[in-house]
Design a protein around this ligand. Structure first.
Ligand code: HEM
Ligand code: NAG
Ligand code: NAG
Ligand code: NAG
Ligand code: NAG
Length: 322
């Protein structure tokens, strides 16, 4: 082996430097905007509060936007980008098309934040805080949101189509998609508890309510009454993901699964004789453990591949790059 010469040492030094800086930059922090934007949390919260008081479902929609942002190349605000001449965005990927909503609320929050601290806070961070506020306002847990993400300068529709789980996914696929993002089966089950709020379209649960057997019969009948067994008929008719309390964040979702009243195929996969069953049963009787695991998993999800340091940008307008 050749002795280390000066230029080799310089290269090693440079690699180490990049590694160390890269790692240091990769850490998000609760205090990221403490001095640059002390009004951030209160500004986001008051806007979310008024949006939810106008329409409670919007809290669910914002929570889902954050999930769909993080699963496609990390939590980088890419889902917020509209299509451009140079790239096709994520909003019209199958999993988002005609169902992702809440973009105008994020725009409203962004304007409010820009008016108190212009050019400082990323859209990716605004989405992370807005999602957490939604959960808290609807009765769920509170956690300290880590910040310091920067915004993507591109988006990728095909990445969205392949990275976001679908309602027809089996447990194995769900587990794989979560593990691709460093999330465990426990994280998968806890985060799926996000379906304690919000609505789904008939097109996403038609096959389940008409053809599956691991479903409570009278529950299937009720859902069938507003979701005809004809492709293209009533596709957009809505049903609550949690049949009891779709605007309150609680553990009813898990109680439903134990009774075979999961609305989506993917929901019932979590309680279908497989490895996730015991976690679901646990949450169905212990709301505290669900809340605590949900908060932990949201923080983990929020850590997926953030752009930090000088990567990305702080977008001025969440819908387009600067
Ligand atoms: C485990 C895999 C998941 C699958 C397959 C899945 C699938 C879906 C589907 C199909 C819908 C209805 C969309 C439509 O009407 O087209 C939906 C809604 C929703 N999802 Fe998920 N989801 C998953 C995980 C999550 C996670 C991790 C969260 C958040 C932590 C979440 C939060 C929501 C919320 C809040 C809604 C309702 C949105 C609204 O009412 O606007 N989901 N999901
Ligand atoms: C980043 O987080 C890692 C792991 O938690 C920690 O060891 C490291 O010291 C942190 N770096 C910075 C710059 O805070
Ligand atoms: C999205 O939905 C619209 C309206 O249903 C449809 O015309 C369009 O083809 C869909 N886009 C994609 C990319 O599937
Ligand atoms: C978009 O995502 C797809 C699927 O992950 C990937 O194959 C492709 O290279 C990506 N395109 C760009 C421009 O990054
Ligand atoms: C609903 O439609 C599917 C597919 O066409 C069919 O297999 C199923 O038997 C139908 N179920 C009912 C209850 O009509």
């Amino acid at each position: 082996m050749a002795p280390l010469n000066g230029s080799r040492l310089t290269t090693i030094g440079l690699v180490l430097f990049v590694l160390i800086i890269g790692t240091a930059n990769a850490n998000l922090s609760t205090y990221f905007y403490s001095s640059s934007c002390p009004q951030l949390f209160s500004t986001v919260k008051s806007t979310m509060q008024s949006a939810i008081s106008k329409e409670a479902r919007i809290g669910a929609s914002i929570l889902r936007l954050f999930f769909h942002d993080c699963f496609v190349n990390g939590c980088d605000g890419s889902i917020l980008l509209d299509d451009t001449a140079t790239f096709t965005g994520e909003q019209h990927a199958l999993q988002n098309n005609n169902s992702a909503r809440g973009f105008e609320v994020i725009d409203t929050i962004k304007s409010a934040v820009e008016s108190v601290c212009p050019g400082v806070v990323s859209c990716a961070d605004i989405l992370a805080i807005a999602a957490a506020d939604s959960v808290t306002i609807l009765g769920g847990p509170t956690w300290n949101v880590k910040l310091g993400r920067r915004d993507a300068t591109t988006a990728n529709q095909s990445a969205a189509a392949t990275s976001i789980p679908r309602s027809d996914s089996d447990l194995k696929v769900l587990a794989k998609m979560f593990s691709n993002n460093g999330l465990s089966i426990k994280d998968l089950v806890a985060l799926s508890g996000g379906h304690t709020i919000g609505q789904a379209r008939c097109i996403t649960f038609r096959t389940r309510i008409y053809t599956e057997t691991n479903i409570y019969t009278s529950f299937a009948s009720i859902r069938q009454s507003n979701c005809p067994n004809v492709t293209g008929t009533g596709d957009n008719n809505l049903a609550p993901l949690d049949l009891q309390t779709p605007i309150s964040f609680d553990n009813d979702y898990f109680k439903n699964l134990v009774q075979k009243k999961g609305l989506l195929h993917s929901d019932q996969q979590l309680f279908n004789g497989g490895s996730a069953d015991s976690i679901v049963s646990g949450y169905s009787t212990n709301p505290k453990s669900f809340f605590s695991d949900f908060a932990t998993a949201m923080i983990k999800m929020g850590d997926i591949k953030p752009l930090t340091g000088s990567n990305g940008e702080i977008r001025k307008n969440c819908g387009k790059i600067n």
